[in-house]
Write a protein that binds this ligand. Sequence first.
Ligand code: 5GP
Length: 236
Amino acid sequence: MEKRKFLYDGKAKQLYATDDPELIIMLFKDDASAYNGVKKSSIKNKGILNNKISSLIFQKLEENGIKTHFVKQLDDCNQLCKKTEVIPLEFIVRNVVAGSLARRLDIEEGFVPANPIYEICYKNDDLRDPFINETHARAMNLATEEELKQILRLVPQINEIMIDMFANVGITVVDFKMEFGRDKNGQLLLIDEISPDSARFWDSKTKNRLDKDRFRRDMGKIEEAYREVLERLGER
Ligand code: 5GP
């Protein structure tokens, strides 16, 4: 597979075309940002660790029947993915209250709600990814009725697979963000990444944070935390 034209430079990843028009290469960078780009830095080996962690998660989801853009991990920082048209929505699932939800509703972080909480954000950096609901998404034509229905069925399924995968290695999936795209046949695929950059992972016993909150909150030992997630999932 040949890496061709540079397509896009994101906050934590770059996209490249390949010699196959239906495939792209996603390169995971060490760059880290938080608070909509206000806080920026670089975390040593983050690209390698997130590429490996997200590859393991997407493989597990595929094994469980979830259709994703993931094709294969190519090397330390690159993975091969199916090209899709990105649906400009972010779907967040929360199993434990933390982060913006704790602030918004003044609930203590760590509170376990009676059911998982699902949120939708409009993916738009200039507007700081505002919180919307399904009726906004439909009204703004951001996804079709059928796509939204399908996504709202998939999100709890993906959450169950994630909870199970991480419970087996002593990690609580506090919350995470998902994105979806449509391939050239219009098939809906889970895209982007799921990693400690886009999820909160807490050690189930100690509640130690193994995710980007260590960067957001200047807690230190960021690389170590990401590596701990990868090692618990069974890789080095
Ligand atoms: P919160 O709304 O509490 O800041 O985030 C909830 C969860 O979604 C966290 O796991 C967070 O990492 C993830 N998340 C929300 N928005 C984004 C985003 O724009 N980019 C990334 N990478 N993750 C996000």
